[in-house]
Design a protein around this ligand. Structure first.
Ligand SMILES: [Zn+2]
Length: 277
């Protein structure tokens, strides 16, 4: 069973948790770690023959175009993670269209290939953003992976389908982040903080549930800053510190074990059946 390995390519200061300390006007003044961290992931993936989908922040693609062209050269799929990393539910439809188009243009001009996948910052395609899939379709996207169907303090989407489906009206394909069901509850087992903070066996339990019991591919995600124990510590509230800085030092090793144990590829390969008409 081939699962999807996806990386949201952003720097440590782009996250929602750090936005209280660093405004986007200050981004250019911050010491950047995204190139080094992403290249470490490229090396790890090359070593284990993993191809991935790299969801680039448009801001990163514009400043580090060689990271994008390198991804294409290495056989990875290149996709879009917005331009300014703002939650979709805080934008008007027009602001969303402008941000997404700017990001897609920046990524495509660095990649020299068309971009057809989108992931919203912080899984922010929640209730109230029903207009967004239609705009993504109009801009030429063929799939979205912005729904993490769990209860969460920032992006709750617990009532959304856990499996790939099409948005009504636009027909845009949605590939949700992997979750597992136990005792009537839904657990996020598709990466990020859940992979980084909990022991590896939590994620392997979850991926085995999806692959072996449900006989489905799992959508897994991580960020380059999650393997970076040396990232500068910013002055944010305790909850944000816990969210961003917990177990950064063990994530790389866990990721290597995970890709040795499960098969991973780009989204279009792992979920290929959904592109067949
Ligand atoms: Zn992000």
């Amino acid at each position: 069973m081939l699962n999807a390995m996806t990386i949201d390519v952003e720097d440590y200061f782009h996250t929602e948790a750090m936005s209280e300390a660093v405004h986007r006007d200050q981004w250019t003044t911050m010491p950047s770690h995204v190139q080094r961290n992403t290249e470490r992931l490229y090396e790890l993936f090359a070593e284990h023959n993993v191809t991935a989908t790299m969801f680039f922040l448009g801001w990163v693609a514009e400043r580090f175009p060689s990271l994008v062209s390198q991804a294409v050269k290495l056989g990875h799929e290149v996709a879009c993670h917005s331009y300014w990393h703002r939650a979709v539910f805080r934008l008007t439809p027009e602001e969303f269209r402008e941000d997404t188009k700017r990001a897609k243009d920046a990524i495509e001009s660095a990649a020299n290939v068309p971009v057809s996948g989108y992931r919203a910052p912080s899984f922010s395609l929640i209730h109230g953003t029903e207009w967004a899939p239609g705009i993504l379709s109009e801009l030429g996207f063929t799939y979205d992976s912005s729904i993490n169907p769990i209860a969460h303090d920032f992006y709750s989407n617990a009532d959304k389908p856990r499996i790939p489906h099409r948005h009504s009206e636009s027909g845009l394909l949605e590939i949700p982040i992997a979750t597992a069901r136990l005792g009537g509850r839904t657990f996020c087992v598709g990466g990020g903080a859940y992979f980084r903070i909990f022991p590896l066996r939590y994620s392997t339990w979850g991926l085995s549930c999806v692959n072996e019991q449900e006989k489905r591919a799992a959508m897994f995600y991580l960020h380059p800053w999650e393997i970076d124990a040396d990232q500068p510590r910013l002055n944010v509230k305790l909850k944000s510190k816990m969210r961003q800085y917990t177990r950064l030092d063990s994530t790389y090793g866990k990721l290597e074990k995970l890709i040795q144990r499960y098969k991973f590829g780009a989204t279009k390969d792992a979920f290929a059946e959904h592109w067949k008409s």
